[in-house]
Design a protein around this ligand. Structure first.
Ligand SMILES: NC(=O)c1ccc[n+]([C@@H]2O[C@H](COP(=O)([O-])OP(=O)(O)OC[C@H]3O[C@@H](n4cnc5c(N)ncnc54)[C@H](O)[C@@H]3O)[C@@H](O)[C@H]2O)c1
Ligand SMILES: O=C(O)C[C@H](O)C(=O)O
Ligand SMILES: [Mg+2]
Length: 628
């Protein structure tokens, strides 16, 4: 009897709620909660895709089941791991409690993560205002939305995740990507930054959490290059992770399996490339923070047929070249002396090898671009990795590092051998430049910096390029205090200038690929080039190098201030457009065809104007309602 009574009461209460829901949309959701709990009765939704995720009544975030994701066009718009609502709450609570703990190991600003949250919420609410704030305060907030804070964000992404941004393609989506790509609401996408999360900055494998780096890079594409924010797409390809800590964490948002490898891995990336280029044939894809093992292979696989580049290999190389040329000028020598520089590089990964390859080519070009010049230029480099100096005696040598392996006999005459330590190499070689792309914080120890005092250069250069801040090979204070005032210093993450006393400033330059990738992307877009050639990358680097005046260089400034990044990007993009036209690669952009582009490129001012006029600026447009 009482059972019957309860059922009747529940049924009439449900009827009342449903009736109310017909007139009051708020009640729909209340009824939804009620019916779900009582009888799994579905709710009717008149939305799909992102509109559901952005609706607080219907959104379940990571708790959408896979069938619901398929039914509602949500596949790819959420990290792949489906969570229970209990897990969601646990994740939220862990994050909430973390606020009580001071962020350790992060950027020097203890409030960086809090600032990131505030900016991120603005990004979700009002994109125009977000970019207005970012552009107007780029020097202050680039370190929040980009390196170094973005590293901390990626490390904590499972806790920080609120509203999804970008697309996730996972190993589970094989065979589905071609249709999934249509779940993204924008018909036009100009720029994709994609990562597989395998080497995020110097922080290692962060799996699905690496999406933060793609978001941060695209923030700069909008702020610096004026790419329309409605046409950017951050992508995470989740093929698993080899980070055991993440694999053991039940609240991790990614696939809880080890990374795919070999042909299986390549098949996933191939499928992703085919899907995005089918839907958006003119898109440009920037590969970011792939472990070296795949970075070079994928670059070779796609670069001759697709509009793509690898920022860590090619963007970094260009920035380093600009910095190295600046360092030569700072010594009061002509740039043409670059081929005489002795360069010790610590780190033989995607970034280190990318830099030595490009620097070797630049030297060869300066020496007349002959085969002999190219061959002899390699002797200016000493490459040291985790196992010490790389020589031709190295077993299982990485083929990408092979051209830079020192000849053992010749190394012996210098007092060096296979595996010599960094300090030994610096002591014996007495280099003009010590460049770090090792990911190892503090690698340029007191001993190494002391050894650099023996440099044959009047003004040795120290490039501690690893990110984020705690992974820098040394700080500017260490460099100036140990090696002396008469040095050039650059780091990947921002550091403050050093007060040398007597009114003298030791400049701390930020040598980061952020000076180039936005211009490479924008220039490629505006030229309509089908590929990104070496010449286009070289033109970008040369323009960055030329941006700094003689006066600035002599004061030790080899990179311009970040506050000028929009102007630098415009110049770099114009150089890329011109080179694409010169190489006959440019096919035009929108209503500017190849022939018109050629005409524009005959006049320096006109190219710059073309680029500037094509850049998006954060201004509110007037909105007019039109029935769909
Ligand atoms: N400033 C920039 O614009 C910029 C651009 C790209 C990469 N980076 C930074 O460069 C670092 C490396 O990136 P990657 O993609 O080449 O990584 P990677 O993991 O592929 O390569 C790291 C290299 O460093 C070597 N290494 C490790 N320990 C060493 C030691 N004790 N001494 C000498 N070498 C050592 C490794 O053997 C490997 O060759 C990262 O921290 C990344 O953030 C900076
Ligand atoms: O992301 C950066 O700040 C630079 C570079 O791409 C890196 O991987 O460290
Ligand atoms: Mg990178």
């Amino acid at each position: 009897m009482s059972n019957f009574y309860n059922q009747t009461r529940a049924a009439s209460s449900l009827m009342r709620r449903l009736k109310r829901s017909l007139i009051n949309p708020t009640a729909v959701s209340r009824a939804r909660c009620f019916t779900t709990a009582e009888g799994h009765r579905p709710s009717l939704v008149h939305k799909r895709s992102l509109d559901i995720l952005h609706d607080p009544w219907f959104n379940k975030g990571t708790a959408f089941s896979m069938t619901e994701r398929d039914r509602l066009d949500l596949r790819g718009l959420l990290p792949p791991n489906v969570m229970s609502s209990e897990q969601q709450i646990e994740r939220f609570m862990v994050d909430l409690k973390r606020l009580e703990v001071q962020a350790r190991d992060g950027p020097s600003d203890p409030n960086a993560l809090a600032k990131w949250r505030i900016l991120n919420r603005l990004h979700d609410r009002n994109e125009t205002m977000y970019y207005k704030v970012l552009i107007a305060n780029i020097e202050e907030y680039a370190p929040i939305v980009y390196t170094p804070t973005v590293g901390l964000v990626c490390q904590n992404y499972s806790g920080l995740f609120r509203r999804p941004r970008g697309m996730y393609f996972s190993a589970e989506d094989r065979g589905e990507m071609m249709s999934m790509v249509y779940n993204w609401p924008a018909d036009q996408v100009d720029m994709i930054v994609v990562t597989d999360g395998s080497r995020i900055l110097g922080l290692g494998d962060l799996g699905v959490q690496g999406i933060g780096i793609a978001i941060g890079k695209l923030d700069l594409y909008v702020a610096a290059a004026g790419i329309n924010p409605q046409r950017v797409l951050p992508v995470m390809i989740d093929v698993g992770t080899n980070n055991e800590k993440l694999l053991k964490n039940p609240l991790y948002l990614g696939l809880q399996q080890h990374r795919l490898d070999g042909d299986e891995y390549i098949a996933v990336i191939d499928e992703f490339m085919e899907a995005v280029f089918t839907r958006w044939p003119n898109v440009i894809v920037q590969f970011e923070d792939f472990q070296s093992k795949w970075a070079f292979k994928l670059l070779q696989r796609y670069r001759n047929a697709h509009r793509m580049f690898n920022d860590d290999v090619q963007g970094t190389a260009g920035v380093a070249i600009a910095g190295l040329l600046g360092a030569v000028r700072a010594q009061g020598r002509p740039m043409i002396d670059f081929p005489k520089q002795k360069i010790v590089v610590a780190g033989a990964g995607s970034a280190g090898i990318g830099v030595v390859n490009a620097a070797r080519k630049t030297m060869a070009r300066m020496l007349g671009n002959t085969e002999h010049a190219f061959d002899s230029a390699k002797s200016q480099f000493w490459v040291v990795d985790a196992n010490g100096l790389i020589t031709d005696e190295r077993e299982n040598i990485d083929p990408d590092a092979l051209p830079f392996a020192r000849n053992t006999n010749e190394a012996g005459r210098q007092g060096l051998r296979e595996g010599s330590s960094l300090v030994e190499v610096v002591r014996q070689v007495r280099p003009d430049v010590l460049l770090g792309l090792s990911g190892v914080g503090g690698l340029f120890s007191k001993e190494v910096l002391e050894a650099l005092k023996g440099s044959t250069s009047a003004k040795p250069a120290i490039f501690a390029m690893s990110n984020p801040t705690k992974n820098a090979e040394c700080t500017p204070e260490e460099a100036f205090s140990i090696v002396g005032d008469n040095i050039i210093f650059a780091s990947g993450s921002p550091f403050r200038d050093v007060d040398l006393g007597n009114g003298q400033i030791g400049h701390s330059n930020q040598g980061n690929n952020m000076y180039l990738f936005p211009g490479i992307g924008l220039g490629t877009l505006l030229s309509g080039s089908r590929i990104i050639s070496d010449g286009m990358l070289q033109a970008a680097a040369e323009h960055l190098a030329a941006y700094i005046t003689e006066d600035e260089v002599l004061k030790g400034m080899i990179f311009p201030p970040i506050s000028k990044i929009r102007d630098i990007t415009k110049e770099v993009a114009a150089a890329v457009v011109k080179e694409a036209v010169e190489e006959d690669l440019a096919e035009g952009y929108r209503d500017i065809d190849a022939r018109e582009l050629q005409k524009i490129c005959q006049n320096e001012e006109e190219v710059l104007e073309y680029v500037e006029n094509s850049m998006w600026s954060p201004e509110y447009p007037t909105l007019v309602y039109k029935r769909g």
